[in-house]
Write a protein that binds this ligand. Structure first.
Ligand SMILES: NC(=O)c1ccc[n+]([C@@H]2O[C@H](COP(=O)([O-])OP(=O)(O)OC[C@H]3O[C@@H](n4cnc5c(N)ncnc54)[C@H](O)[C@@H]3O)[C@@H](O)[C@H]2O)c1
Length: 315
């Protein structure tokens, strides 16, 4: 398969929460998908979840024909038959490095030599899965968000061995065929999304131990942080706060809490030393060119107002 050649046939291994969602994603995009799991019962349960969801989408008028979409899904318990003709194979089995390595070894034996083998692992380094496997050049991390047929983001993680062409084919498929926003993660534990997820969730749990109610933890995100981080991301948000203020607050918290809350590598200290303090000096993580701070602050207010109006409209 060359990077310009279309991905026509796919496989999804593991028909649980994510595998079922991935089969739906492929089917909705008109791509044939072979869905595999360990038992007929698991496959039948997955098939039922797919038909229920498609019937619901048909009922709402989101798709024209549930049965036509469902025709793209072929349930297949035999692994060889499920993968032998596929251009791209998505692994969505249990989050266990040795189970994933065993599966990728089987894929190397049963799939086409030019097929792409993608792991949906949420946190395991791709090089830990691929090390020593003969198909390691073809293995890549493709971390879909749940539910994958709705969530717009996908994280893509090549390992040190992943071939350039595999990266290109995968990106092309995710962006052009399935229409996702792709972010490229280094091969680090937790990638990008789950590093945030782990940090935020563990801080949320810690705050309960420090006396905050469960409802108030969630309200802080629903009514403030979720809005700002959702609109701008944490780094542009820090630019709006001011990198000097962010640094001083981080240092105070680090001293009082005895753990690192203000990570400041040398390059960031240098930025602060160079008066790159964010929006107020027109340069921080981002370069705002000649746009004045007051215009940038006004845009931010406008964006927050629009977001709040959209939320109100949806109620
Ligand atoms: N659940 C989520 O929200 C989510 C989101 C993103 C990524 N992921 C990742 O997706 C993967 C699957 O997670 P899940 O939540 O769908 O798990 P799940 O437990 O719902 O499903 C896993 C399925 O894999 C099957 N399986 C196990 N070994 C197999 C094998 N050798 N061959 C075929 N099938 C096999 C199991 O029978 C089960 O049906 C994990 O790596 C997880 O980290 C999960």
């Amino acid at each position: 398969m060359t990077s310009s050649k279309e991905v026509r046939e796919t496989s999804v291994i593991g028909a649980g929460v994510m595998g079922t969602g991935l089969a739906i994603t492929m089917a909705l995009n008109g791509i044939r998908v072979f869905l595999n799991d360990l038992t007929e019962d698991l496959l039948n349960a997955s098939s039922k979840r797919i038909s229920d969801l498609l019937a619901d989408l048909e009922g709402r008028g989101t798709i024209v024909s549930a049965s036509r979409v469902q025709d793209n899904v072929v349930v297949e318990k035999d692994l060889k038959k499920a993968v032998e003709n596929s251009d791209m194979i998505f692994e969505a089995i249990t989050e266990d490095p040795s189970a994933k390595r065993d599966l990728f070894e089987k894929l190397a034996e049963n799939a086409r030599d030019d097929s792409v083998h993608a792991s949906n692992t949420s946190v395991i380094k791709i090089s830990e899965i691929a090390a020593g496997l003969k198909s390691k050049e073809r293995i890549i991390g493709v971390h879909w968000m749940n539910p994958p047929y709705v969530a717009p983001l996908v994280e893509m993680t090549p390992s040190e061995w992943t071939g350039k062409e595999v990266v290109e084919i995968t990106r092309n498929f995710l962006e052009k065929t399935v229409g996702k926003k792709v972010v490229l993660s280094p091969d680090i534990p937790g990638f990008i999304v789950n590093r945030f997820h782990a940090a935020v969730t563990s801080e949320a749990i810690r705050l309960i131990d420090e006396g905050v109610s469960i409802e108030d933890v969630d309200s802080v995100w629903k009514y403030h942080l979720g809005i700002l981080y959702g609109l701008f991301g944490p780094l542009k948000n820090a630019d709006y706060i001011g990198l000097d203020t962010t640094y001083l607050a981080g240092m105070y918290l680090t001293q009082r809490l005895g753990r690192e809350m203000g990570y400041v590598p040398d390059w960031l200290s240098k930025k602060i030393g160079n008066n790159e303090l964010g929006v107020k000096t027109q340069r921080g993580f981002y370069d705002y060119g000649n746009e004045t701070p007051s215009s940038l602050y006004a845009k931010r207010v406008q964006a927050i107002r629009e977001e709040l109006r959209c939320r109100q409209d949806q109620k």
